[in-house]
Design a binder for this molecule. Sequence first.
Ligand code: OGA
Ligand code: NI
Length: 375
Amino acid sequence: MVDTHLNQNSVQDVLDYDRQKELKAFDDTKAGVKGLIDSGIVKIPPIFVIPTDELSCEKSYSGSTHLQVPVIDLKDIREGGVQRKQVVEEIQHASETWGLFQIVNHGISEEVLDDMIKGTRRFHEQPTEVKREYYSRDVPKNVNFLSNYHLYKAKFANWRDTLSFSMAPVAPSPEEYPAVCRDIVISYSQQVKRLGLTLLELLSEGLGLRSNHLAEMECAAGHSLVCHYYPACPEPNRTMGTSEHTDPDFFTILLQDQIGGLQALYQNQWVDIPPVTGALVVNLGDLFQLISNDKFISATHRVLANQVGPRISVACLFSNPMQKQMQPVNRLYGPIKELLSDDNPPLYRETSAKEYAFCYGSKGLSNSALDNFRL
Ligand code: OGA
Ligand code: NI
């Protein structure tokens, strides 16, 4: 008698084994997705293909123009000014409904934004031998080049390579930066940090707290820059640039170029976040949702793969520092006491940014780790 159950298992085992082998072979090239394109492939390798069971839970695409991610003008937000009150209200509303908005007149010049995109491109378009030096998966480095953080855990690999910098509280030493983007990374990092602190004040006020409340909680005491390169994809409908996810931080400031493909989930529909010249995208992360006790939400977002490219983006993730040398004791975060009442009891238990990141990382990209902390 043939044991079909056993047979099925072993077929699956073989498939899984081949997949693991292919993932490892891809990882070992240390050349990323750009390396595949440079080698002249015209079909995407199986490790990148979205499995059919994933496609079946696909949410609808709005494709319509009536849903628009809020664009907020930060032009005149002097403390005590009339404009500030208005802006705080807009941020509060966007944070309650989308968890995401675009900002203009934020104080970082178009020239700096452009240089940051160009610097990212210069890094990724260097010869593989040069980039390989920075490639590392298991040992986190201050400057790290990698294709797919969740390569081995995710259901399929994403069409994207990433260079990241751990910038604060301790920045890399000058010789750790790739020479092709050192100056702009240092300068952009300083400017985006300043903007992050301004946003934190506006977000504090949006929650009805003193403007320095969130900064004093050290929600932006650490930040990293994550510089993505999405090569043109020969079969964009069969894979993703970045799978659906929320960010594990307090908030993220995202710079994207003019290619497009970024989408946010709003009322269970995917809505395009169109590139706006000079604008930056701000999205709240899981830790913000946790400390605000679900008043503000963590935005679910993704990036489609595209026939044209490369698409370049730079995300600045703000969180409590996780660098060991700086943080012998990890600060704990729970719902902010001032926001709680008999009618609004805490929905989450306390956690540290580090514990949260660990839980998030162990789940692969698409599952919400936040539920693990819900009371
Ligand atoms: C991220 C992210 C979007 C993009 O880095 O978390 O969502 O446009 N990036 O690259
Ligand atoms: Ni993200």
